[in-house]
Design a protein. Structure first.
Length: 305
């Protein structure tokens, strides 16, 4: 008697990278596909105006055909709560990406939550509900989830631009204001470390709301911090590609798996102070290999007896 062939294992946690959104995104993906990335997060900065998303989806699907590689998210990064010209394009971009997600085979649209310019975060809450409640309903009807990145973009609780979703206290307010299962986080340890928050206990608490991971780490130079302080003239924290920073990604992925996370960790490059410029892709591929190791390495099926 011949045993039936085992089912093909689908890795629940993929390792990929961010790619810039443009009409030529598929050409960018084509050049780095052989490096072993398992997913790509397509990101647009403030606007996707002038981009034919239907054509782009077809071009990307053509490049990925037969590879098993996926598009993990469509991202639109701007301030959708304000009304400057680019803010209006960002808000429209959320709608367009929600509507186009299915064409790319993904179910997550990510970006900044926005905030009212230089207002306290709690003062932005009403506007957040006005903008994102209908967006969440639009997304839910299409089977799409919305994920907010946890970057402060240089802001604080009392003032700033771009993003209110950078602190756990804000997450509590936002998720209570719109208690929708399809609104969650695009999390990364780097931004929490920039605020001197320990990312590990935070992830344990919030893992159920994490839809997507940005693969970006940080290095804290404690000697500089202790000598010059938070507001001195010496930089004490640096964004790093995973594998070059302080985070234990084995612990991070273990927490994600234990919490039932399924999705992608996509490396957010172009920030590392060392592996940049001509070393950018070298650093990203090293990060890819490192994260695959932290994930547990290659999958091997259990024996059947």
């Amino acid at each position: 008697m011949v045993n039936p062939a085992p089912a093909v294992y689908e890795e629940a946690v993929r390792i990929g990278t961010l790619v810039p959104g443009s009409q030529k995104t598929h050409k960018y993906i084509e050049q780095i596909l052989a490096h072993g990335f398992e997913s790509f997060s397509i990101t647009f900065w403030q606007s996707c105006e002038g981009i034919d998303l239907t054509q782009l989806a077809a071009d990307v699907k053509s490049v990925l055909a037969g590879t098993g590689v996926r598009i993990s998210t469509l991202g639109i990064f701007g301030n959708p709560l304000e009304n400057r010209p680019k803010d209006l394009e960002t808000r429209l971009g959320w709608e367009k990406c929600i509507d186009a997600a299915e064409l790319f085979g993904c179910d997550i649209v990510d970006g900044f939550a926005g905030r009212l310019l230089d207002k306290k975060i709690d003062e932005s809450l009403t506007r957040y509900v006005e903008v994102f409640k209908p967006l969440a309903e639009r997304a839910k009807a299409k089977g799409v989830r919305l994920a907010f990145e946890n970057c402060d973009m240089g802001g604080s609780w009392s003032h700033g631009d771009w993003n209110m979703a950078h602190a756990p206290d804000a997450w509590e307010m936002m998720f209570n204001a719109i208690p929708s299962e399809n609104i969650g986080l695009e999390w990364e340890p780097c931004h929490q470390m920039n605020s001197l928050i320990d990312p590990i206990p935070q992830l344990r608490k919030w893992v159920g709301k994490v839809f997507h991971i940005h693969g970006k780490d940080a290095s804290i130079h404690w000697d500089v911090l202790k000598t010059h302080g938070l507001r001195g003239n010496k930089q004490w924290v640096f964004h790093r590609t995973p594998g070059f920073g302080d985070s234990n990604w084995t612990d991070i992925i273990s927490i994600l798996r234990s919490g039932g996370f399924t999705g992608s960790i996509d490396i957010e490059g172009w920030h590392d102070p060392v592996y940049r410029g001509e070393l950018e892709m070298m650093g990203q591929v090293r990060g890819l290999q490192y994260l695959k190791g932290c994930r547990g390495g290659t999958f091997y099926p259990n024996p059947v007896v």
